[in-house]
Design a protein around this ligand. Structure first.
Ligand code: V47
Length: 380
């Protein structure tokens, strides 16, 4: 049995492949592709979790972040027809919707009594909505809710809007920024490997285009998140390739804030014959992400997708963020998620405290938020 001691917490494993990895982790050395593969391939989840938790506590102590946010999905009409997705609809299909701007503004104001600090805005690739709709959506939201951060449009939407507007990606991002977009969410990354991408989301931009769009966003001062969709037809090598590509871009730009592994939900998608992810894989994915993405400040365990229980346990396996109140989640619920569509701030705090961690309400840029009965203040 191999054994290291750090303070009172022993690292123990019967897997010899983890010994040199733990030595690197303790010395803050970067893990390579072989290390990452070994982490995926061991059954010793407690040893992997111990290392991830060690890094998480080195970076954040017990601090665990969440925010008070609201999702807005202006349309589910989408030309892409990705096999991974249960949310998108063709324009005339049953259930297709597109919000008029006023409807989007009403949605933004509804559903929760506390002041939100973030609107998370993503939607389908609508073939007819003009670019001006999105500019007006953002400027209208900023006008009505000037204190709320707009985290809006995935790299995939940005690339599609640029094509529709006949603008460069750079110019598209600049115009959206001028209309009020403050940062970008991490969606649409899926798995970068072409072999997988061709099957799960053939009509989306490819992995290199996703990374290039993120690079351009970071260059004009827009922070973003990054995601990885796992638990479908990808293999360990595909996941490692995805993580290393994100890490390389982060070395270059420093523009990523948070990495969010997203477990595939197969219900109502053309891939519904695939099994759901297991608890082991969900926890392992959080831990491996924390260990490999040494230059990402935060690893988010998105409770909507992980379930609140797994998200809570993952706070001891590398995650330091649980996302937020959300209020009205649609993408996973169309794909069979059974979690509630939103959660109150007090409940998020309770889950975090019950994991022995300290809840910190943050804004989208991870600045602490202080609330009184009548005001919300962000420490700048
Ligand atoms: O890009 C779609 C995924 C993503 C399914 O940046 C699915 O803070 C599982 O990116 N099963 C959108 N996943 C959600 C997203 C996100 C969520 C929370 C926070 C942030 C952030 C970003 O959802 C899509 C895709 O990867 N997705 N369909 C499905 N059936």
């Amino acid at each position: 049995m191999i054994k290291w001691m750090r303070d009172i917490h022993p690292f123990q494993t019967d897997a010899p492949s983890l010994e040199p990895i733990c030595a690197k982790v303790l010395a803050s050395e970067r893990l390579n592709a072989d290390d990452a593969l070994a982490l995926y391939r061991t059954g010793d989840i407690l040893a992997v979790g111990w290392m991830a938790n060690y890094v998480r506590e080195r970076m954040h102590g017990d601090n665990t972040y969440f925010n008070v946010n609201r999702h807005i999905n202006p349309t589910n009409v989408c030309v892409a027809a990705c096999r991974l997705c249960a949310f998108g609809r063709k324009k005339d299909a049953p259930g297709a919707y597109t919000m008029a701007l006023e409807e989007a503004f009403e949605t933004a104001a509804s559903g929760y009594s506390e002041a939100v600090t973030e609107f998370h805005i993503v939607g389908g690739l609508h073939p007819d909505l003009p670019f001006q709709y999105f500019l007006d959506l953002c400027s209208g939201l900023k006008q009505r809710f000037p204190q709320v951060h707009l985290k809006a449009f995935t790299m995939v939407e940005i690339a599609y809007l640029s094509k529709r507007a006949k603008l460069s990606i750079h110019e598209t991002l600049e115009q959206l920024k001028a209309s009020g977009v403050d940062s970008l969410p991490g969606g649409g990354a899926e798995i970068f490997a072409d072999r997988v991408r061709h099957i799960i989301c053939d009509h989306k931009i490819d992995g290199d285009q996703w990374l290039e769009t993120a690079r351009l966003a970071h260059q004009i001062g827009l922070k973003s998140n990054a995601t990885m969709l796992y638990g479908h037809i990808e293999n360990d090598e595909d996941r490692v390739d995805h993580l290393l590509k994100l890490r390389a871009l982060q070395d270059e730009t420093g523009g990523f804030q948070t990495f969010i592994p997203l477990a595939f939900h197969p219900d109502n998608t053309p891939l519904q014959h695939l099994p759901k992810t297991t608890g082991m894989l969900d926890i392992k994915q959080i831990a491996v992400s924390r260990l490999v993405l040494d230059n990402f400040p935060h690893i988010k365990s998105y409770w909507q997708m992980m379930t609140a229980k797994i998200a809570q346990i993952s706070l001891r396996f590398g995650a330091d963020d649980m996302d937020g109140t959300v209020i009205e989640e649609k993408i996973y619920h169309d794909a069979g998620a059974t979690t509630p569509q939103g959660m109150r701030r007090e409940e998020l705090e309770r889950l975090i405290r019950a994991a022995g961690r300290i809840p910190i309400e943050r804004d989208t840029l991870y600045r602490p938020v202080t609330r009184t009965e009548t005001s919300v203040t962000v420490a700048v």
